[in-house]
Design a protein around this ligand. Sequence first.
Ligand SMILES: [Zn+2]
Length: 328
Amino acid sequence: MSFHSHYWPSYGDEWVRSHEGWRRMADVGGEVLRLNQTENEPTRIIRTNNATASDKQNIPQTCIYIRGRAKERQISTCLSDALNIFEIKQSASDIRRSNYVCEILRILLKEHICKLSGTAQRIIFQTVETLVNIALSSEMNLLAIKNFLDEITHSIITSSGTGLIGSPGVWKRHLQMVTNLATKVSAHKYTENTGKPQLLDLPKECLYNIISRLTDHRDIIMLGSANSYLYELTCDPFIWEKLCYYHFTEKQMMKYIDVTDDESHHWLSLYRKCSRKYGLRREYTDMLVMCIGCHALHWKLQGHNCISDEDSVVEKIEPMDFVSLFHL
Ligand SMILES: [Zn+2]
C-alpha cells in the first residue's frame, strides 16, 4: 500500500509502509542498488553491476554543494548531517568504501576529537562498531582494525579533560565500547579451513605474483614475518622497485637515489626515504568526488544529477580534504 502524503514535512513525497516503518517510495525503488547487511560483498557487486538503467534512475543521488575555492572551500552542512547524507555508517560495510570511511574516522578521532558534536559522535562510534563487526565476520584486516581501535583508545584517553563535547559519562561509555571491541578482536579465533587449499600450497611463482601486487608495505612486511620462506620472497628487490614506481614519480625518486646503497636494499631504502618525504599514494575503489562543473560533492560510483552545462569532470576529494571542508 502506498499513498501521497499531505501531512508529512516533505509534502508530495510518495510513502510506503515497510517492516522498518514508513519510507519514501523513491528510497525503496532504489533498494536494488542500496546496501544490504546480510549480503556478501561479491554478490552485492555483481547485483549492482547487473542493475538495470531504471533501477539506477530510482536510486537517490545524494550530493552536497561546495562553496568557495582552494583553502576557502566550505561545505553547506554540518559534519553530522554530511555523515548522514553520505551514509557513512552503511558505507562501512561496503568493501569499496570502507577504507575511505575508515580514513575519515581516523582523521576525525585523531585530530578533531574535541570538536565532535553528540550526533557526530554517535554516528562515528556506530560506524566503528560496524567496521569491527564486518572485519570479524569476514576475518579480514583484523590486525589493522585492532591498531585502529588502539589509536581511538589513545586519542580518547589523551583528550579527556581537554574540552571534549559531552559529559565524562558519555566518553566513558565510548571508551568502554572501544575497549570491548578491541578485546573481541584480540580474542577472535580464525576459522580453520580444513581440506581447503592454503596460501602456502600455491606454487612459488603464484605467491610471488600476489606479493608483487600488494600496494601497502605493511602487508608485505606482515606476510614476510610469517615464515622464512615468505620472508625470502618479500625481500626480492623487484617487489620494492614495483612499489616505488607505484607510489612515486621518477622525478621524486631521482632526488633520493643513492648509488652507495647495497644493490639488494637499494629499492627498499629508496622506498623508505620517499615515503617519509612524500607519503603514500592511496587508491579507493569508491570515494567522494567533487564535480568541477556544479561543485556537487558525491560518491564517485553513484554519480550525481549535474546541473552544469559543462562536461561532468570530477576532482578526487581525499579523506583529509573532506574533513577540511568543515573548518573544524
Ligand atoms: Zn555536476
